[in-house]
Design a protein around this ligand. Structure first.
Ligand code: ARG
Length: 467
């Protein structure tokens, strides 16, 4: 800090009375979290203002001291926002950096701020507030991605494409229906985000070190001031709980898995062999040596981000495993995992929404592929059940022979002649050709949640009213 707070800090740690000399360099290096927890400055200041206001209202500190504290904290907020604040590693973390600066700014009144609180409930508060804000951002970004998918789905409710199982052509579906599968996934992710917000919506401040405090604080007042539903109910759990961080990471990991599956499909679809979509230049790159290439880098990176996001979840689960109650310094390792996952999930969500909006769908290529690979074989079998009264197993067998014949003649099912088909089963009539086309196939699948354009449009409307 420009005015000497740093010097004061190096000779006089905040717990100076207990320790004769400062921590040596290695201790400082392993102990300090300021390098990453400075991200929590706004939440720390908000929390301190709410705490000081409550202390004054309860008559624990004077109104004059509270005013000085609030004014000082607001000054520090501007200093940090304007890049004028000098963070010191000697002061370990964001909480002590801010408190030390407050002492320089307002003098002895600063020492009253930490009445009836500990860094243990302070950090639990700051981090919860941060995660809550991040979850709100995720909710909005998921809604944006869902909106982009709904528009694509609407535009392509009638666009036929092959549906796959085992990545082998299975049955024709519509591209709109395929897009809506991702709407379901991201919709569930958004519901999980909302649950996570609901779970963490309790204020930790006032739990103090672990046992609560003898001061007549009002935890309901601070909870309300900070936008929480209510205060937490057990002070020991409050300072040792990081479920909210783990829930954020779990939600992020599942969402990242969805994003990576979609990214993988985009990579496959944009190959010349598939050619189902064309990515915009904005979300692809060229090759430095092969002039013909257009690489789906953004999709590949979205696919890859899943690795570090899932890794963060496993890392924090492992940190928390076996920790005795209540607070242990191990828990300081929670933040980098959450910050890294948050940053990368945001990027992945933004890139995916951009790719969906910008992609060109090659309906001709999708249609051609939809008809190949005997994709309407099930329709033939269903027809034999419906029109010729065959049991499904027999119909399956007859259809298998029709496929074998088409394979032999190197043509599609719809290209077999009526006499060809009748040589396999006498009851087949001209009407069978009505179901062998891909359009007839998708139009027939009107079961709830099926791929028929009429059904897909219903699902789009359902989601639109909820987005
Ligand atoms: N920097 C610490 C953390 O992130 C703050 C809490 C420190 N509490 C303590 N008792 N040393 O967890």
């Amino acid at each position: 800090m420009a005015d000497g707070t740093k010097d004061q800090a190096s000779s006089n740690q905040m717990w100076g009375g207990r320790f004769a000399s400062g921590p040596d360099a290695i201790m400082e290096e392993i102990n300090a979290s300021i390098g990453f927890d400075k991200k929590l400055y706004a939440q720390d200041i908000r929390g301190s203002i709410a705490h000081a206001t409550m202390l004054a209202k309860q008559g624990i500190i004077s109104a004059e001291d509270k005013d000085k504290i609030v004014e000082g904290l607001n000054t520090i907020l501007s200093e940090i926002q304007e890049g004028r604040f000098e963070f010191s590693r000697k002061l370990e973390d964001i909480h002590m950096n801010i408190e030390a600066r407050l002492a320089t700014l307002i003098g002895p009144a600063a020492g009253r701020l930490h009445t009836a609180r500990s860094r243990n409930d302070q950090v639990a508060l700051d981090f919860r507030l941060w995660v809550k804000e991040e979850l709100a951002k995720n909710e909005a970004m998921l809604s944006d991605l869902i909106a982009a998918l709904l528009n694509k789905a609407e535009e392509h409710a009638d666009t036929v494409m092959p549906g796959f199982t085992h990545l082998q052509t299975a049955q024709p579906v519509t591209f709109g229906h395929h897009c809506m599968a991702y709407v379901e996934m991201f919709g569930r992710d958004r519901a999980r985000v909302r649950h996570a917000i609901d779970h963490l919506d309790e204020s930790p401040i006032g739990a103090a070190a672990l046992a609560g405090t003898g001061f007549a604080i009002d935890r309901h007042m601070t909870a309300q001031a900070l936008g929480f539903r209510e205060p937490t109910r057990n002070s020991i759990d409050t300072v040792s709980d990081r479920d909210f961080a783990l829930e954020f990471l779990s939600v992020a990991a599942i969402c990242a898995v969805h994003l990576s599956r979609f990214a993988e499909e985009i990579v496959i679809w944009s190959t010349p062999q598939f050619g189902f979509i064309r990515l915009s230049d904005a979300f692809s790159t060229g090759s430095s040596i092969m002039p013909q290439k257009k690489n789906p880098d953004a999709a590949e990176l979205v696919r890859a981000k899943t690795g570090r996001i899932n890794g963060s979840l496993v890392a924090l689960l492992t940190v928390m495993k076996g920790l005795p109650l209540a607070y242990s310094k191990d828990m300081q390792e929670d933040k980098e995992q959450v910050f890294d996952a948050a940053e990368n999930l945001e990027l992945a969500l933004a890139a995916m929404a951009g790719m969906v909006r910008d992609m060109t769908v090659r309906t001709d290529r999708m249609r051609a592929a939809a008809g190949s690979g005997y994709s309407t074989a099930t329709d033939l079998a269903d027809w034999l059940v419906r029109e010729a009264g065959l049991p499904f197993r027999d119909a399956h067998h007859v259809t298998g022979r029709a496929v074998a014949m088409a394979e032999e003649k190197a043509c599609d099912l719809a290209d077999l002649s009526l006499s060809d088909l009748q040589s396999i089963h006498a009851s087949i009539t001209e009407k069978v050709f009505d179901v062998l086309s891909v359009d007839a196939s998708v139009a027939s699948r009107v079961s709830f949640g099926g791929t028929a354009p009429s059904e897909v449009r219903k699902q789009i409307a359902w989601w639109r009213s909820r987005n």
